[in-house]
Design a protein around this ligand. Sequence first.
Ligand code: NAP
Length: 265
Amino acid sequence: MDLKLKDKVVLINGATGGIGRAVCFALKAEGAKIALSGRDADKVAKLAAELELGPDRLWTNVADVTCEEQVKAFVDGALAHFGHIDSVVPNAGYEGKWEFNNQMSKENFEKVFSINVLGVMYMLKYGGDVLAKQGHGSIVITSSIGGVVGSPGMAIYCASKHAVQGLMKSAARELGPQGVNVNSVNPDGVDTDMLARIGKNALSDAMSPEERYAALVSGTYDKRAATPEEVAYLILYYISPWASHIFGTKTVIDGANGDGETVRP
Ligand SMILES: NC(=O)c1ccc[n+]([C@@H]2O[C@H](COP(=O)([O-])OP(=O)(O)OC[C@H]3O[C@@H](n4cnc5c(N)ncnc54)[C@H](OP(=O)(O)O)[C@@H]3O)[C@@H](O)[C@H]2O)c1
């Protein structure tokens, strides 16, 4: 299937993480032009070298998504480099500390919300504004199953991703009539460093990484996490012209963990 992404200009942050990298390589395979951002200059340089793309197809940036000026500079710089923007993928995220109900802390709340909510808000504000002024474009937010259901020990992360759903739905209604499709993808476990960290936080130190993985995915029908590539191609579908009639939806990719989203609160 031709996703019709050739020469489309796509912005993504959190590009140095598992899902972000997979999106970058999938975009390269589809012939898109990539503006990628990460907060660690060394990781950004390493990813850029691995992508092996010239400046006509790749522009890189270093930004902390919690800093409004840096996110604005990412969007402005990509626009100046490529001349226009077709799609924006707010993808950076942080799982937070493992805290049960009686342990929840303001420190964890502020860190998680500043990355997951403010970070998405700034990308919508600046990226969405460029797309709306152009009168066309798409935005796909990497949200989470945590934006749909709750999870013991991860209330603050889940609250932040529920907030992301509110941002997504509101942006979809505001920007949709201006020609911009805004949607989210909502994975459960994805086989990245984040899932390994969640396993370490949630499960016993006595367990091996393989045992932790098996425990985390035990509720899925296929006994596995999503691959970063599976999530990446879901994102690519939603930024592609094939999804131009879809506004304000979430798509869960969770291996029916727990027999699907509807049976979990
Ligand atoms: N893996 C899962 O099981 C899972 C499930 C559902 C949803 N998600 C969501 O998927 C997205 C990508 O996660 P992932 O699985 O790819 O995890 P990951 O490998 O840990 O990548 C997270 C990315 O976010 C970046 N990031 C974190 N804080 C940042 C900040 N303040 N400014 C800029 N960038 C920042 C990280 O940068 P560094 O590399 O410098 O740390 C990294 O590039 C996140 O929004 C996450 O919530 C993941």
